[in-house]
Design a protein around this ligand. Structure first.
Ligand code: KG4
Ligand code: ZN
Length: 341
């Protein structure tokens, strides 16, 4: 029997809706919220209001793009959390109302599980390239930095994670200090392409095991810039590409060091990347090169599936649905990972 899932993702500042049929994406629509750019970060109140404006047109576009009618949907999946509560409430309420109206089941999805399973999104039936269980994922985004052992479609274990800030925040903070706008990752990545990544050195945090820490790195960049500007007020303008390249290399070195350690300890050779920061060109190159060197099979998502998108929620929802799972209609969103069952 063929299964069609409509999914809604509204955990942060992008409103997305997707239709997936038997694991194949029929549509994946997105409305991004430019309003946050001028504030240098996501303003939760503005994000939830924008979701309210966007959700109906985005869902409409997803159904139209997939050329299906509401009656052909077998279940409605939505992101329950983690994320911004006001944003999650919009997607959750819409999904509940929609599922109730069409008389179909509701499936809640953990946003992180969506990122982890993004490698199973198929563009066509013949698309068979995906990791084998168990595999390791470096999940890197604006809210998370984790090394996850994925056991199967429904079970995963976080074996290492940041004890403070996410690596995406470290990219965004760098862009903020350099006056490059928000989100910072893409612009730091772009400027780094023409910079010297060995020009400036930053100290590495000493964190035990497979965990990470990025808050001290952000502060050390702040002090580094402050001290250099004291000597030369044009320091940033004259060195912007080299600063971006050196700082980016530093962050990627730290990410890769623990990922290699995890792959060795777990003796796993299928290694994947997911989350918004996996769009980073240096990180993509490094994981690919390490893979060649160490005999890993690496899985690097297409750019459109790195940042938040509803196709990944639909895939996770699809596997929950086929396992027999159904969400109760009195389910509520959760803002923190630890609150997710
Ligand atoms: O997964 P995502 O879209 O949202 C969250 O769940 O957080 O990730 C957003 C994060 C932001 O911090 C953004 O700066 C970062 O991903 N990002 C990048 C790049 N593209 C997006 N970081 C580094 N290099 C990039 N090319
Ligand atoms: Zn995300």
């Amino acid at each position: 029997m063929s299964i069609t899932i409509l999914a809604i993702e509204s955990s942060c500042d992008d409103t997305s809706a997707a239709v997936v049929k038997d694991g194949v994406v029929l549509s994946n629509e997105m409305a991004t919220q430019d309003i946050h750019q001028k504030y240098g970060g996501v303003i939760p109140e503005l994000a939830s209001r924008a979701h309210q404006q966007n959700i109906v047109p985005v869902v409409h576009a997803a159904l139209k793009g997939a050329s299906i009618t509401k009656e052909q949907i077998d279940a409605v999946a939505f992101t329950r959390g983690p994320g911004l509560l006001g944003s999650l409430l919009v997607g959750t309420s819409f999904a509940k109302g929609f599922a109730m109206a069409i008389g179909k089941p509701l499936i809640d999805v953990n946003h992180l599980q969506g990122h982890l399973l993004s490698h199973f999104i198929k563009e066509s039936d013949s698309d068979k390239d995906h990791p084998e269980f168990p595999y390791l994922t470096l999940l890197v985004s604006g809210g998370h930095t984790q090394i996850v052992r994925v056991e199967n479609f429904l079970e995963f274990e976080v074996i290492g994670e940041t004890i403070d800030d996410a690596v995406g925040e470290a990219f965004d903070k760098c862009a903020k200090l350099l006056n490059l706008g928000y989100p910072g990752g893409p612009v730091v990545d772009k400027l780094a392409l023409s910079g010297d990544s060995m020009k400036f050195r930053f100290s590495k945090p000493r964190i035990a095991g497979l965990n990470y820490s990025f808050s001290g790195i952000k502060t050390s960049l702040l002090y580094f810039l402050r001290d250099r500007i004291k000597e030369n007020e044009k320091f940033i303008d004259e060195n912007i590409n080299d600063i971006c390249a050196s700082y980016q290399r530093h962050l990627v070195d730290i990410l890769m060091e623990k990922l290699i350690k995890a792959a060795n300890e777990e003796n796993i050779k299928d290694v994947a990347l997911s989350g918004g920061v996996s769009a980073n060109s240096l990180l993509r190159k490094r994981i690919f090169d390490e893979g060649l060197k160490r005999g890993w099979k690496t899985f690097i998502p297409e750019i459109k599936y790195t940042t938040d998108n509803a196709a990944m929620i639909a895939i996770a929802g699809y596997y929950k649905f086929v396992s027999g799972y159904r969400a109760p209609f009195d389910i509520v969103p959760v803002s923190r990972s630890t609150d997710y069952r």
